[in-house]
Design a protein around this ligand. Structure first.
Ligand code: SF4
Length: 346
């Protein structure tokens, strides 16, 4: 019998597997706690399970963990980037950021990305495959197990690493389910943010689930024409914003609109005016991110004067505006950089 990867099972699937093995439901809760709270690397460690159950689990399932390939620490701030290798050799980037005592893990949902945004290094490296839900959760477990997250301290998860999470819906939903679960990571909507280029149907689908997370839409432009130039995989701007409004209404929460400011592309006075008009009166927050330059990319970060003027033009009418001065600039925090470097070394 081919063994299944146990971390790829949702909580319901694990409960069903226990029932199929003639076990009571609480065994599934015990296993979840061992996997996600204690970081168990084998069934043998699960000492409050009967020995014969541990043996039967071992015959049917496997507990996997990624291998650390490389890491880089930023000299300028507390961010640190890690390249992990999955069991079948896929390379996955994940980043730990720290600001004001809060730790945030930026996780990847795919190995590579097919959408090819012109400002993103991941798109340049191409698409390899979706990550399984266990491989998404393994990124969080990596930090927990290697001591980067102090015990009992809360942390945040952002799906802003490699890949478009809404193109990997099933595994995204299974991973968020375990992140939400009390027997898993116990994180609510304020601690988990899913960032997407905006796929209207999928946003509507997620709004109808009981998964708890916040939504961020990567807007980056104020017309369909300039948006498609920067993000060839983006969908209709009007429909994307309509879906974001529906999500906000269903969740009674605001959706973040992210806007990477790129010199000469989307930072004009007219852009600021259109962005203010698109967002004012809506259930939105604006997050401006001055572009983080990387070798080989033609885009440039606007000067500080331009950034300040852009903010000044937004402020009278736009909803809450924050500016994220990207962490990890000196380690090339543009996602995908470590993976690209590895792949190009062959
Ligand atoms: S920004 Fe996101 S969606 Fe665009 S290429 Fe990069 S990983 Fe893919």
């Amino acid at each position: 019998m081919e063994k299944r990867i146990i971390k790829d099972l949702s909580a319901d699937e694990l409960a069903a597997a226990m029932a199929a093995m003639g076990e009571e439901r609480h065994r599934a809760v015990q296993i979840l706690k061992w996997l996600y709270q204690k970081g168990a690397a084998s069934f043998a460690e699960m000492t409050n399970l009967p020995r014969d159950l541990r043996e039967r689990l071992d015959e049917r399932f496997v507990v996997t963990a990624p291998r650390l390939v490389e890491s880089i620490r930023s000299g300028a701030d507390a961010s640190q980037k890690f390249l992990l290798e999955t069991a079948d050799g896929a390379l996955v980037e994940t980043v730990l950021m720290e600001a004001d005592g809060h730790r945030t893990i930026c996780v990847s949902s795919q190995a590579g990305c097919a959408l090819g945004c012109s400002f993103c290094r991941t798109g340049e490296g191409g698409f390899e495959r979706d990550l399984a839900s266990g491989e998404i959760l393994d990124q969080v477990l990596f930090f927990k197990k290697s001591g980067y997250l102090p015990p009992r301290r809360r942390f945040n998860i952002v799906f802003m690493g490699m890949g478009e999470p809404l193109l990997n819906m099933r595994n995204l939903a299974a991973a968020i389910g375990i992140l939400n679960l009390e027997a898993g990571f116990g994180l609510g909507e304020k601690r988990i943010t899913v960032s997407t280029v905006g796929i209207p149907d999928r946003i509507r689908e997620l709004a109808a689930t009981d998964l708890r997370f916040s939504l961020a839409v990567s807007l980056n432009a104020t017309t369909d024409e300039s948006r498609r130039r920067l993000m060839p995989g983006s969908r209709d701007l009007g429909d994307t914003l309509a879906a974001a409004r529906e999500f906000a209404r269903a969740r009674r929460a605001r959706v973040t609109l992210e806007y990477v400011l790129i010199a000469g592309e989307n930072d004009s006075d007219e852009d600021a005016g259109r962005l203010a008009a698109l967002s004012s009166g809506g259930p939105f927050k604006l997050n401006l991110i001055p572009f983080n330059e990387w070798d080989g990319c033609e885009h440039r970060r606007p000067g500080e004067d331009r950034i300040e003027r852009f903010i000044g033009l937004l402020l009278p009418t736009a909803p809450a505006v924050t500016v994220r001065r990207s962490q990890g600039r000196d380690i090339g925090a543009a996602c995908g950089q470590l993976r690209c470097r590895r792949l190009s070394r062959g």
